[in-house]
Design a protein around this ligand. Sequence first.
Ligand SMILES: O=C[C@H](O)[C@H](O)[C@H](O)COP(=O)(O)O
Length: 243
Amino acid sequence: MDARQLKVEAARAALAHVGSGMRLGIGTGTTAEEFVRLLAEKVATGLEVVGVPTSERTAALCRELGVPLSTLEETPELDLTIDGADEVDPDLTLIKGGGGALLREKIVAAASDRVIVIADRSKMVETLGRFPLPIEVNKFGLRATEIAVAAAAADLGLSGPVTLRMTGSQPFVTDGGHFILDASFGRIPDTRALSNALFAIPGVVEHGLFIGLASTAIIASGDGIQTVHAARKPGSSIDHDVA
Ligand SMILES: O=C[C@H](O)[C@H](O)[C@H](O)COP(=O)(O)O
C-alpha cells in the first residue's frame, strides 16, 4: 500500500466515528483532505453534518466538494474533530503545523469533545522532535522572538536551527497573518516544559505541540489499522486503552 492509500485507510476508519447531526472540526493537510473527500461522498448520500474547517485551504476543499460549513463563531462547541499530525508519540502528544495551520487547528481541537488523529505509521515516534517544531510568531519583533526561542530551548538543554518558514523568496504567512519558525531541536523529552517556556515569550502566538488534546489516534500501516486511545488523566473523561 502506498503512502496515499494509508492516509485514505486511516481517514476511512475515522469516518466510522462520524454520525448524522454531528458538529465536526475538520483538519488540514494531505491526510485530512482524504477525510474530506470521503466525508463529502457520505454527505452526498444523506449524512447530515456541519464542519468547522481549520484553514482556508480546507474550507475551499469542503466548499468544492459540498461539505456544509460553519464557523467557530456560529458553532463554538464541536462533537468531534478529525485531523492529521506530523508526529504522534505513545501518549498521543502531537507535533502539528507542517502545513501552517496549527493555530486554528489547536483552537478547533480545544473546542471539541473528542479529537481523532489520523496518520500513517511513519508518523509514530517514541519521542517527539524528529519533525521540526512549528512555532507561530507575531511578525513584529521577529528577530527578538527568534533569539528568545533559542534561549528558552537552551535553558532546557535543547538546541538546533530555528528557521523562518519561506514560500519561495517570501516568508510563509499563516491564515492568522503570522510567520512560522521551524525549530529543529531534535528529541523533546519534556514537551510540557518546552510548551511553557515558549508561551512565556510574548512574540510566540502558538506552537505545534498538542498536549492532552488528542483522544484517539487511528494509525494505518501495511498490517492494517491500529487504534490508540489516550491514557486517562485524573479528572478527565477520556477512555484509556490501546487496541
Ligand atoms: O498545519 C498542518 C497540520 O498540522 C497537518 O495536519 C500536519 O502537517 C499533517 O499533514 P499531512 O497529513 O499532510 O502529513
